[in-house]
Design a protein around this ligand. Structure first.
Ligand code: ADP
Length: 628
């Protein structure tokens, strides 16, 4: 939201019209509900700000009265002026104190609200199923915890008080001006009415335009992501220009739309801004006032309050657009925060059960992401302690989904997954994660020292233990070559390569020492040297553990205790490498396809460097009847 260009003229954002509006019957709108804990303090801040705004007008009224007395026919009685001076000073002081107190109160309330919201979000996000976080990526979390909470800060700590000021002060001013001279007071209302009329003309159709604005910005974002992620591929084929074509088209489309919109509202929005501009209003009142005074309809002293206060009647119209936009942004932020807070947490078991041993068994397991299409159906599988089970199959056959059920990224739709005889859903989360570890394809390292990254699963581990695991994971030598060795900060002082990061995450898993481990494509995309090191690291990891590996290179899992072939979410074959080859079924075809597909095959072991490679591609070829 923040990076979007702002819309032209006074047109407020209309894209979240529904957002934060009325809640469904009985439930308050998200914004009101979120602000509930600090409602009292915010209401007090609003009251104080209203007093400050009104008190801020009084000195001007007092000055006008003083001007009246000074210019009256009889010599002014100096003594009689003092009460007015005192009133001006006192109300100015009240305005200052109340305004400062309102600002401080709103900021304190907002500060508590931010802290409470961020705590609630952090607590809730910690209880969400991991699958929800990996599906949506980290952007949703960052948006809620940072951007949306900041949008609420702008709304509660700034916009709210601004709106109170611009709505209350003009009311008192108008009342006073009407008591001085109702005819000239009518003239000071004219710019306000004209401004309202012109602003609404300029905003006519803004909802449709804003929808198009949002869509155009969305197209730029999509094209930018595609541009950034695809540029290397396009460039490597000498088609660098092609990479940015769509992006350029999207930005040109946006520029055309935007300038068209600006042009269509330019005259009315400029006129609207002009008629409410203080200088213009002052000019109008000066001219009209001069006429009134020369015609003897009013005295010169009576003109003073109009010149002092008149421009403030219409001026708030000038800030209405941005304020409405901030209110809408706050409402939309509240909706997103509420949605995240309402996302169902991973249910904790009513009657917790503890596993006995580490045998994993899947019985009649089906799973669907959308509640309709089964991605896995009727899967029966046993992972025997101390053995390595490899999942192979075409891409999209459900390997990652199946593996993600073990660390409970998702819960099964039908059937059961048990660990040591206990249903995963009955095992308390902390107990489960003590027993089931995972090394994902997309290794995430924390912005912390190498040592702390390794110790993530066991913060109390000693340096020696960390080092022992780093040696076993074949990353120790690389770490000692870093500027500060194990104390080197990852992500700032040094950036590790993909293969190094994987070995670091293997060291982390080794130290955490979970008896069951899920490895997702741990060897994909690594260079041959790194792959050999990773293979060594994996061997260390496999020792004595129950391992489930998703392998894209069949060469890496030849020695697995059991190879399971998945197709369309079903287990179609399982057994040892040699037996499956002898059986001449799917696995044998995959093996053959991969063996002949590799451009750099060495000593009979299929070996491919470029991605995407391996079983997925080969199996896709087989499906499409193009296997060699
Ligand atoms: P594999 O690991 O064998 O490539 P996946 O388990 O990633 O297969 O995917 C199996 C199927 O589930 C695919 O059709 C994929 O599109 C779908 N799928 C995977 N992840 C999600 C998700 N988070 N939401 C919806 N569908 C998904």
């Amino acid at each position: 939201m923040k990076s979007q260009p702002s819309e032209p003229g006074p047109a407020p954002a209309a894209q979240d019209t529904e957002a934060g509006g009325a809640g469904t019957a009985g439930t308050p709108p998200p914004l009101r509900a979120l602000a509930e804990p600090v409602r009292g303090r915010l209401a007090l801040a609003v009251g104080l700000q209203a007093v400050a705004a009104l008190a801020g007008v009084v000195p001007f009224i007092a000055v006008s009265r003083i001007a009246g007395r000074l210019t009256a026919g009889s010599p002014a009685d100096g003594e009689a002026l003092w009460p007015l001076v005192a009133l001006a000073c006192a109300s100015g002081f009240v305005a200052l104190v109340c305004g400062t107190a309102a600002g401080a109160l709103a900021h304190l309330a907002d500060n508590d609200l931010q802290l409470a919201l961020r705590r609630r979000l952090a607590r809730h996000i910690g209880r969400l199923p991991l699958g929800r976080l990996t599906d949506r990526g980290t952007s949703e979390v960052k948006q809620a915890v940072q951007d949306d909470v900041s949008a609420l800060h702008t709304l509660f700590a700034h916009t709210l008080l601004d709106v109170v000021s611009v709505l209350t002060a003009p009311v008192l001013i108008l009342v006073y001006l009407f008591t001085v001279d109702w005819r000239l007071a009518l003239f000071s209302v004219v710019p306000l009415l004209l401004g309202v009329f012109l602003f609404s003309r300029a905003m006519a159709g803004a909802a449709a335009q804003m929808a198009e604005f949002g869509a155009a910005v969305g197209r730029i974002s999509a094209a930018a992501v595609e541009f950034a992620s695809g540029i290397a591929v396009f460039k490597s084929f000498g088609r660098g220009r092609k990479a940015h074509e769509r992006f350029v088209r999207a930005t040109e489309g946006f520029a055309d739309f935007f300038s068209g919109w600006v042009r269509s509202t330019l005259v009315t929005s400029t006129a609207a801004i002009l008629v409410v501009a203080p200088a213009v209003v002052l000019l109008l009142l000066t001219v009209m006032g001069a006429v009134f005074v020369t015609q003897d309809w009013m005295t010169g002293a009576e003109l003073v309050p109009f010149l002092l206060l008149g421009p403030a009647v219409a001026a708030p119209m000038g800030v209405v657009g941005p304020r409405i936009q901030q209110i809408r942004a706050g409402q939309a932020a509240a909706v997103r925060i509420t949605e995240l807070l309402d996302a169902p947490a991973l249910p904790e078991p009513a009657t917790p059960a503890l596993p006995v041993g580490h045998h994993i068994s899947l019985r009649g397991v089906s799973f669907s992401y959308d509640g309709h299409t089964d991605v896995l159906s009727g899967v029966d599988l046993d992972l025997v302690p101390g053995t390595v089970t490899a999942l192979v199959g075409p891409s999209g056959s459900g390997k990652s989904t199946l593996a993600s059920l073990l660390p409970r990224f998702h819960d099964v739709t039908a059937g059961t997954v048990t660990l040591g005889g206990a249903d995963l859903r009955d095992i308390p989360a902390t107990e489960l994660y003590r027993r089931v570890g995972f090394v994902l394809q997309d290794v995430r390292l924390l912005r912390a020292s190498v040592a702390d990254n390794i110790r993530l699963g066991r913060p109390d581990a000693t340096d020696e233990e960390g080092e022992r695991c780093a040696r076993a994971a074949r990353i120790h030598d690389r770490i000692t070559a870093l500027p500060d060795g194990y104390a080197t900060e990852v992500g700032t002082a040094v950036t590790l390569s993909g293969g190094e990061a994987q070995r670091l995450s293997i060291a982390r898993a080794l130290l955490a020492d979970a008896p069951v481990l899920v490895l997702d494509e741990a060897t994909a995309y690594a260079d041959p040297h790194s792959e050999a090191l990773i293979q060594d690291a994996l061997s260390a990891l496999a020792a004595g553990r129950t391992l489930l590996v998703i392998a894209h290179r069949l060469s890496t899992i030849r020695s697995a205790d059991r190879i399971v072939v998945l197709e369309d979410g079903r287990v179609t074959e399982q057994g040892r490498h040699d037996d499956l080859l002898a059986a001449g079924g799917r696995y044998a075809a995959l093996w053959e396809a991969q063996r002949t597909a590799g451009p750099d095959e060495t000593d009979g072991v299929p070996h491919q460097r470029s991605a995407p490679v391996g079983a997925d591609r080969a199996a896709d070829d087989i499906r499409e009847g193009s296997a060699r």
